[in-house]
Each structure stands twice: as structure tokens, then as C-alpha cells.
Write a protein that binds this ligand. Structure first.
Ligand code: TYR
Length: 514
């Protein structure tokens, strides 16, 4: 991550946006304000962008029919708009789409959305001006984040309604977050000496008719999912020790004969975390239950699928995903449906299922650990109480109930959003992706998984300490144990654990366990 390369005094590094591809990690760094953004300043690039706007101007001059420039929008494309009104159309589209509902995206998410739209438009196939690109950059570098309601996109025709809030705020309308406050966009613009943009023909459509909201959320989700993979594997290592399980289930020779790369990476981390020795020919209990023995096979699905999702997300991110496409190279206007977010819908619907399966895996590990029938000698509910008071202590009983509930809620959200396509907008948009709903569901599953991880991590640390192997713990396990107990001390007498769990969740959100 970029934050690794930043020290307090150092200048932020810069990401140049132009025709070269950005990564999902770049979007995350921009979203978290760890880098500055700059447009490619080369003469060639500037000329390339100008060719798109010049082509549109020429076509307008000739009074050709260009969808969304000299016609109404969507189903209304049969309505002709005169040249004089064409200049008013962009304001019209963001205005009538100002009907977003629900919660509002966080500032980090709003920045990721700005960045994703910028990357797509900067490819130069959308007919937008240099000034529009520069305004998006100025918003990012000045910390102006549009207030964007989360609900109201069907994810094909792009994220029209949420992106109307980006378009409006670039023009000094609606509200933005600036210096920790919600304020009128016009106020933030004048505080930064910026002039409100007036959109050229096609620019309203270009800003809104694309997949930037779902793609931005997908980039953020992808990086959280990577950390979840690491942490779930580390928790499994702790639980292997807590439950007196077998490290030889992760043997290298075993995994050589089943070659999934991600699964092998998880098994390797488990061998390293546990400093596993080679398999004995004989052991008191040859095979552990599946939530330990098959952990690489469950977490491995996520590990393998993530590289596929990454490729889908980054291809979408670096695509021209609006309509019509303005091709300066061949001087053509190409009408199509690139605002359709099917790939992101697929990635997010699938990712949320992979993540919910991990919540379920960890829930099963904790279920073994609290139950004296399965935990191979640990106290009931992992209670650390001793002596007379032991009988009134219930340890992690309620926490385990909580984990069951969070896991159920995560599993419930795995119903794919994409299968709920609705025909809408007078049947112009008669098949849509629902990718933005999928991405929001996925984000919620990640939040629930963070809670499951926090609770099971605490239970696993408690279990390891009760197993009383303090002296010969592998280094990675010992380090995690120390980190956990520094945040949430071991449980020696019942206490209300909400704050401990919330603090552990915060540490997970900040990727502090390593
Ligand atoms: N996505 C539509 C455009 C559209 C824009 C705004 C709408 O309200 C509806 C449709 C298209 O390109 O065909």
C-alpha cells in the first residue's frame, strides 16, 4: 500500500492520469487521500483530449443526430433537440436525476467514485473537455467530495442517479463534504478558488452514463477482501493451536497434488504461521474437523477468485464505459451499451458469497472452541475464570451467539443482485446489471465478516492462552496474540465485551494485524 511509502514529513507521491491504466490499488490510495492526482501534461495527451471535443463541435455544426447531444435521453432518443437547446441538455440530465435516496456514501467512497469516473473519461473516448477532467482532479486534490446518496441505480445506463451528484457538484450545485463539513458545493468551490464548470454538450451524459460507482466500491471491496483472506488464515492458525489441531493438514506434499494457486498460498501461510513440522505417521487424532482441515480449501476459493475479480475490476476501471463513444482516431460516434455493469455485478455477487463462506468457516471454528465436546480440553465457553467464581462465569457464550447472528446475516445477503434485473425506463433499459446493489451488499458482508473476525480472533487468542503453550508458540501466532491482548485483554472474569470487540474491529479495518 502507498501508506507504507509515506512518512509524515514526505511529500505525497503523485498518480498521473491519462491514457495509461491505473490499478484498483491506485483507486484505494486516492480514496484514502494518500496520493495526489495529476493529469498527463504532455502535449500529445492534451491534443488527444482536444480532438474528442473538436469532433463533437464539428458534428454539432453539421447538425448531425448524436444521441444525447441533439436528442432526448434513453427511450426519449426519438425526440430531436435543436442546437440552441443542446447546450441546456447536460444541466437537464443531472437535474432530473437528482432523486437519490438512502444513506450517503462516505467521503472515502465519494473520492473513489470521482477517481473511477476520472480514469474512464481520461481515456479520451467520451468527448469531454480538458476543463472537465481538470475539475475532477481539482476536487480530489482539494478534498472536495460530493454528497452522493447510495440508492437509485440499476447499474446499466450506468450509475446515472448517484453520478448526477458528481455532475451537479462539479458545476457548483448540490452539496459536498469539505474540511469535515457538509456545505453547498458553490461554497467549497469558492473556498478553493475554483470556478463552477458549465458542461458542454454530451458532458452530462459522459459523467453519468457509466459504471463508476459500482467500480469504485469494487476497488475498495477488493482490497478489504485481500486482508480478510490473510486474517482468516491467521485466525485458523491460532485456532489450530487452541483446539490442539494438526498442522500436518497443511503439508506441502499434500498440496502439491492439488494445484490451485490461491489454495496453495493459504496452505503455505498456515505452514509458516504454525512453523509446521513434517507429518507424523501416527498421531492421537489423525483428522480434524473440516473447519480446520479444509480451511485452505475454503479460504483458497477466495484467494484464487480474487485475482480473477481483480482482472475484471481493473478492465472495467480502465474502460470507456459510457455511450455514445466518441472516437477521435476514426472520427466516429459509436452507439452502444458500455454503461452495462455486468462484469462488476458478477464479481461483487461472487465475492460476497466467497466472503460469507469465510464468515461461516470461522463461525464453525468458534463453535468447536466453545464446546467442551469438541475443544479437546479447554474450559466451557473459553471462560478464563478459576476457583469458586468459575461456576457463574459464561465466558464467550454470548459472543458466540453474536457470531452466529452476524454469519447468518452475511449468508442471507449472498442472494445474487444481478438476478433481480428489472425492465425499466419505458423498456429502453429492459435488462440491467444491478451491479451497484451487488457492490453495496458485498461491502455489508465485509462489515459483518470484520465483526466475525474480531470475535473469533479474540476467542482464538483466549483459546491459545488457555492451552498454555506460551513458551513454544510460533512467532506469527505469538505476535498476533500480543496484538490482540493489547487491544482486548484476556478474559479472566465475565465482562461486557462490546468495546473490546469494537476496538478489534477498528484494528481490522485499519489492517493492523500482520
Ligand atoms: N443510458 C442511456 C441514457 C439514459 C440517460 C438518462 C436516462 O434517464 C435514461 C437513459 C443510453 O445511453 O441509452
Amino acid at each position: 500500500m502507498y501508506s507504507k511509502y509515506l512518512d509524515q514529513a514526505a511529500e505525497k507521491s503523485t498518480i498521473v492520469v491519462g491514457r495509461t491504466a491505473l490499478t484498483a490499488e491506485d483507486i484505494v490510495a486516492i480514496a484514502h487521500n494518500q496520493v495526489r492526482v495529476e493529469l498527463d501534461t504532455s502535449v500529445e495527451y492534451r491534443e488527444w483530449i482536444d480532438r474528442g471535443t473538436a469532433l463533437l463541435d464539428q458534428l454539432l455544426e453539421k447538425e448531425g443526430v448524436i444521441y444525447g447531444v441533439t436528442t432526448g435521453y434513453g427511450d426519449s432518443c426519438t425526440v430531436t433537440v435543436s442546437k440552441s437547446l443542446a447546450y441546456e441538455l447536460p444541466r437537464q440530465i443531472y437535474t432530473f436525476h437528482g432523486c437519490g435516496m438512502g444513506a450517503v456514501f462516505s467521503e472515502v467512497e465519494s473520492r473513489a467514485i470521482l477517481a473511477a469516473r476520472l480514469v474512464s473519461l481520461a481515456r479520451g473516448y467520451s468527448g469531454v473537455s480538458w476543463d472537465l477532467l481538470a475539475q475532477l482532479v481539482a476536487f480530489l486534490n482539494n478534498g472536495i467530495s460530493p454528497r452522493i446518496p447510495e440508492e437509485g441505480s440499476v447499474g446499466a445506463s450506468g450509475d446515472l442517479t448517484p453520478l448526477s451528484y458528481v455532475a451537479a457538484s462539479l458545476c457548483g450545485e448540490r452539496e459536498v463534504f469539505f474540511e469535515g463539513q457538509l456545505m453547498a458545493a458553490s461554497e467549497a468551490l469558492s473556498a478553493c478558488n475554483l470556478t463552477p464548470l458549465s458542461l458542454r454538450p454530451k458532458e452530462g451524459l459522459a459523467l453519468m452514463n457509466g459504471t463508476a460507482v459500482m467500480t469504485a466500491l469494487a476497488c475498495l471491496n477488493l482490497e478489504r477482501a485481500r486482508y480478510a483472506q490473510f486474517l482468516a488464515t491467521r485466525i485458523t492458525a491460532l485456532n489450530t493451536i487452541a483446539l490442539d489441531g494438526n498442522d500436518f493438514h497443511y503439508d506441502e506434499r499434500l498440496f502439491n497434488v492439488k494445484a490451485h494457486l490461491g489454495q496453495n498460498a493459504v496452505a503455505r501461510q498456515l505452514r509458516e504461521d504454525l512453523e509446521a513440522k513434517s507429518a507424523p505417521t501416527h498421531s492421537s487424532r489423525l483428522q480434524d474437523r473440516y473447519s480446520l482441515r479444509c480451511a485452505p480449501h475454503v479460504i483458497g476459493v477466495l484467494a484464487d477468485a480474487l485475482s480473477h475479480y481483480e482482472q475484471l475490476i481493473e478492465t472495467e476501471l480502465n474502460s470507456s464505459n459510457d455511450n455514445p463513444i466518441i472516437d477521435p482516431e476514426t472520427q466516429s460516434v459509436l452507439h452502444g451499451g458500455h454503461f452495462y455493469g455486468g462484469h462488476i455485478a458478477h464479481a461483487m455477487d461472487s465475492l460476497k458469497t466467497n466472503l460469507a463462506n469465510i464468515a461461516d468457516l470461522l463461525d464453525r471454528q468458534l463453535a468447536q472452541a466453545v464446546d467442551v465436546k469438541f475443544n479437546h480440553g479447554l474450559p466451557s465457553n473459553l471462560s478464563g475464570a478459576e476457583g469458586d467464581r468459575a461456576v457463574i462465569n459464561h465466558g464467550l457464550k454470548a459472543v458466540q451467539i453474536g457470531v452466529s447472528s452476524w454469519t447468518a446475516e452475511a449468508l442471507k445477503l449472498t442472494m445474487p443482485a444481478s438476478v433481480f434485473s428489472r425492465s425499466t425506463e419505458c423498456h429502453n433499459q429492459d435488462k440491467v446489471s444491478m451491479g451497484t446493489i451487488a457492490a453495496r451488499d458485498c461491502r455489508r458482508v465485509l462489515q459483518l465478516l470484520d465483526q466475525v473476525c474480531a470475535a473469533v480472533l479474540f476467542g482464538a487468542a483466549q483459546g491459545v492462552s488457555l492451552r498454555n503453550r506460551a513458551k513454544d508458540l510460533p512467532a506469527a501466532v505469538a505476535r498476533t496474540l500480543d496484538q490482540v491482548f493489547a487491544i482486548a485483554p484476556p478474559l479472566s472474569d465475565d465482562r461486557a465485551l462490546e468495546l473490546d470487540l469494537r476496538n478489534l474491529v477498528d484494528a481490522i479495518v485499519q489492517s493492523r494485524f500482520h
